[in-house]
Write a protein that binds this ligand. Structure first.
Ligand code: HEM
Length: 407
């Protein structure tokens, strides 16, 4: 039985040793809508069951992303207002007006057209690694792929990719003192986002006077959102959102994915032998090691859920980490099983805000693992991984592995 003190699912410290799956399992049984206090501000309702996470995601009339934002900590009004410029923190009808023009650039078909470039980018990253040796997989291998893919998608000049990547790395809204923006190097909280937004504003100004191209930047600059074009400032905020949304999450999927496979060697052997198993493995990695623990909503009115009275204004957190292991939906939910079908995990959210980059993320995952196994027939753990201290990002901080180009 877990003690009351250990039931603090807000504390970022709880997550350093890994997601608290035993505790979530117990809470799903005993209090699937769990009230959690927070230091210095009102606490929140943790929604732990799969069906309830779907319900909250679907009912944006009852649970708003805009009114209090999407993280548990209440933000200052100016930061909240800036956040409301991003899709993630908009409510319908504004959300639909902004999302609709973008959807056509993110379909499986359009994204599929990027496969060859993503493969090339992945191969270029692998080419920088030694023929045999220990690498820190999170930083040396996974970290630049997502920003380079966004660079490609947006048509950023190649010489700027490194710069955007460095800013993205600092942009991590991390509770870990060793990750993300620190005051000491001139990047206080939010400074990297502001610098990135400024870069994007300059980029938009330049592109407006150039010939249109076949990329997302042209599409955004030429589309109407709610009846009007995006201003350069709006473009800047949107750009930051795209880079941020796709960066840590994808990195995490790749690093946690390799770790999951290395610790399940029989499944690693199977997927190495038959690359057709890679897409199923990627889905199971996403379910079992979901990159984001939760996103928040705020109740717009009094609502009763599972017999619990949620009051208007209450914070409500949708715990993907718990929903993905809900035994009412997943058989043998705690086991990692790359042959799991169907696999209705909620790692990309659900309904209104369902991840716009889902096809990009899946493609990056598939291509990355196909190329990894083709380039490195042998990979071994070379030490214990460490984890980011965060109640939001379910991420590895370091993963030392030894990689061999020959078997
Ligand atoms: C493994 C990688 C990824 C994971 C786990 C992930 C997860 C999520 C989740 C949970 C949401 C919010 C769902 C909600 O609030 O209901 C979301 C939204 C979003 N994601 Fe992703 N994401 C990933 C990769 C990407 C990539 C690569 C991009 C872009 C290139 C991207 C762009 C977005 C955007 C723009 C939204 C906001 C959509 C909206 O509010 O309408 N994501 N993602």
């Amino acid at each position: 039985m877990t003690t009351a003190a250990a039931r603090d699912i807000y504390s970022p410290d709880l997550y350093v040793a890994g997601a608290p799956h035993e505790l979530f399992t117990e809470l799903r049984r005993t209090s699937p809508l769990y009230w959690q206090d927070m230091p210095g501000e009102p606490g929140y309702w943790a929604v732990l069951k799969h069906a309830d996470v779907e319900f909250v995601s679907q009912r944006s009339d009852l649970f708003s992303a805009a009114s209090g934002g999407i993280v548990l900590e209440n933000l200052e009004e100016d930061r909240l207002e800036a956040l409301r410029g991003s899709l993630l923190a908009m409510d319908p009808p504004q959300h639909r007006a902004y999302r609709k023009p973008l959807v056509k650039s993110f379909t499986a078909k359009v994204v599929g057209g990027m496969e060859a470039r993503i493969r090339e980018i992945t191969q270029e990253i692998f080419a920088t690694l030694p023929a045999e040796g220990v690498v820190e997989f999170v930083h040396d291998v996974t970290s630049s792929l997502p920003t380079q893919v966004i660079g490609e998608l947006m048509g950023l000049p190649r010489e700027d990719w490194d710069y955007i990547h460095r800013l993205a790395e600092r942009n991590t809204t991390s509770q870990d003192p060793n990750v993300g923006g620190g005051e000491e190097d001139g990047y206080g909280p939010g400074a990297a986002s502001i610098e990135m937004a400024k870069y994007a504003i300059g980029f938009a100004m330049k592109r407006r006077v150039e010939e249109p191209r076949e990329d997302l930047t042209t599409l955004i600059l030429e589309s109407e959102f709610g009846g009007k074009r995006m201003s350069d400032v709006e473009f800047g905020m949107f750009f930051v959102q795209l880079v941020t949304a796709g960066n840590d999450t994808t990195k995490t999927m790749l690093a946690a994915g390799l770790h999951a496979l290395l610790t399940h060697p029989e499944q690693l052997a199977a997927v190495r032998q038959d690359p057709a198993l890679v897409p199923g493995a990627v889905e199971e990695i996403l379910r079992w090691a979901n990159p984001l623990h939760y996103f928040r909503r705020t109740a717009t009115q009094d609502v009763e859920l599972r017999g619990v009275q949620i009051k208007a204004g209450d914070k409500v957190a949708m715990y993907y980490t718990s929903a993905n292991r809900d035994e009412e939906v997943f058989e043998d939910a705690q086991s990692f099983d790359i042959s799991r079908r169907p696999n209705p995990h909620l790692s990309f959210g659900f309904a209104e805000h369902f991840c716009l980059g889902v096809h990009i993320a899946r493609l990056e995952g598939r291509v990355f693992f196909e190329e990894l196994f083709a380039s490195f027939p042998r990979i071994e753990l070379a030490g214990e991984p460490t984890r980011v201290r965060s109640n939001l990002n379910n991420a590895l901080k370091t993963l030392p592995v030894r990689m061999y180009r020959t078997a």
